[in-house]
Design a binder for this molecule. Structure first.
Ligand code: HEM
Length: 433
């Protein structure tokens, strides 16, 4: 599948080099914006908030109808509630929760890393899943990092593979495909959210409405408004679990892989941590995280390699931008991927080069050249959440292990999921003394 998507992106780079391009995707008029200024304007445009079903349909077939793929008033209602509930400031004890969950992750990694390369992306996904479940849905007893009872990351990966293939199939483009296989995946994915919602319902029955509501309550109240069954409600919750699990974990594993390959960068990041913590093994506190400037540069540079490649919208009514008119009903692609390796914006586009993120370098680039969390009304609500989680986790792993890899940077391949993820991952963790 990587080959097919690579070919599509390679061809897109070749043909769509104007700021705004137009083509027919089967019967669908499609516009692709590749200018950072236009991308930023369109992300903020009130007539471009509608997620195009034709593009996101495969995802919503496996991940249900949650906030990620909803549109109109249904989306607005959920989004407003959601915004307040994934901000670290409103998540009680988020820092302590991360610290506690990291202790479990480290003990699992200690045991798994003795015999050569370790499947770090898998354990980081389980860990990120545990964090999002406990922090935003209040369920402390789930411990997938150790138990992997639901096998959620593996099921999602297989489901997403089929969903991407389905989205680019000719049958889908001409609207004649059945999505039964994707619905079967969705049923498997609902097992975990169903247990979480059941648990929350039992809690409410026993103790009454909680003083502080969480995202499980948001799903339950959406279910009440829309008259949904437990099965249908769990479909509303799947995308939050997926977004919580499969995004920050991919950025963390990509950053750690880049540092394993680029020993000089690892050394510099490690020295920065030495300056902050000295020889102490104490856990990070929020003040420490603010001092991790070089580590942030590495995370941002890793994001340039693994950020979501494209955003798709439907134009809700004619949009006028300079001399362009984007007609109502057209599919709109915002081509982030076309900018991420463009030498106009990056000094060393094909390398891993954290210096792309010095203050001066960031200031000299148009803002739209890299927006991994997007902007505007549908931007990611969890940017601060993700950075707090990523700084804590990457710094803890770097302080505990020396990282190396059997893969060379030039041989790395990426597969497409929500983000782009290294497909020939290899990392060896050696405990520092
Ligand atoms: C480094 C990590 C992350 C990246 C790069 C990222 C990126 C994005 C992007 C680009 C979007 C917009 C998608 C679009 O418009 O099509 C988005 C939306 C979203 N993200 Fe994230 N995300 C990350 C982490 C998370 C986490 C940890 C959560 C949950 C705790 C989350 C929850 C969501 C939700 C619910 C939306 C949909 C918002 C809406 O449509 O109104 N994200 N994310």
């Amino acid at each position: 599948m990587e080959d097919v998507v690579d070919i599509v992106i390679g061809e897109a780079r070749r043909y769509f080099n104007a700021p705004m391009n137009r083509f027919w995707f089967g019967p669908h008029l499609t516009i692709i914006a590749t200018d950072p200024g236009y991308i930023l304007k369109l992300l903020n445009h009130p007539l471009a908030t509608h997620k195009e079903e034709f593009i996101y349909g495969g995802f919503s077939d496996i991940a249900g109808k949650g906030v990620f793929t909803r549109n109109g008033d249904e989306w607005r209602r959920m989004r407003k509630d959601l915004m307040n509930r994934v901000q670290p400031k409103s998540l009680q004890g988020f820092q302590q929760l991360i610290t506690r969950r990291l202790a479990t992750l480290c003990s699992v990694l200690d045991s798994k890393s003795l015999a050569g390369p370790v499947d770090l992306p898998h354990y980081l996904k389980l860990f990120a899943l545990d964090v999002v479940i406990e922090s935003s849905m209040g369920m402390e007893s789930i411990n997938e990092t150790e138990n992997n009872k639901y096998n959620f990351p593996v099921i999602f990966q297989r489901a997403m593979h089929d969903a991407v293939l389905f989205s680019i199939s000719a049958k889908r483009i001409f609207g004649i495909a059945s999505n039964k296989k994707l619905r079967d995946w969705a049923r498997l994915l609902t097992e975990l959210p169903k247990d979480i919602l059941r648990h929350r319902q039992q809690y409410i029955q026993k103790y009454g409405e909680p003083e502080k509501s969480n995202l499980a309550d948001l799903v339950l109240s959406t279910g009440k408004i829309e008259g949904l069954t437990l099965d249908e409600m769990s479909e509303v919750a799947i995308d939050l679990l997926i977004a919580g699990m499969d995004t920050s974990s991919v950025v963390m594993s990509t950053t750690l892989l880049m540092l394993a390959i680029h020993q000089n960068c690892q050394e510099r990041a490690y020295n920065e941590l030495k300056d902050i913590f000295g020889d102490s093994t104490r856990q990070p506190e929020e003040e420490d995280l603010k001092k991790m400037e070089y580590l942030d540069m590495c995370v941002n540079e890793a994001l340039r390699h693994c950020a979501p490649p494209v955003t798709a919208r439907r134009v809700e009514d004619n949009i006028h931008l300079d001399d362009y008119v984007l007609p109502k009903g057209a599919i709109l692609f915002l081509g982030h991927e076309m900018l991420l390796k463009d030498p106009k914006y990056w000094e060393n586009p094909e390398s891993f080069y954290p210096e792309h993120f010095t203050t001066e370098a960031v200031r000299s680039r148009p803002k739209g050249a890299l927006m991994p969390f997007n902007a505007g009304p549908r931007r990611c609500p969890a940017q601060a959440y993700s950075f707090q989680l990523m700084r804590n986790t990457i710094s803890t792993i770097l302080r505990r292990y020396h990282l190396s890899s059997l893969v060379k940077f030039e041989d790395l391949n990426f597969k497409f999921s929500l983000l782009k993820e290294p497909s020939n991952y290899s990392i060896i963790l050696k405990r520092r003394t």
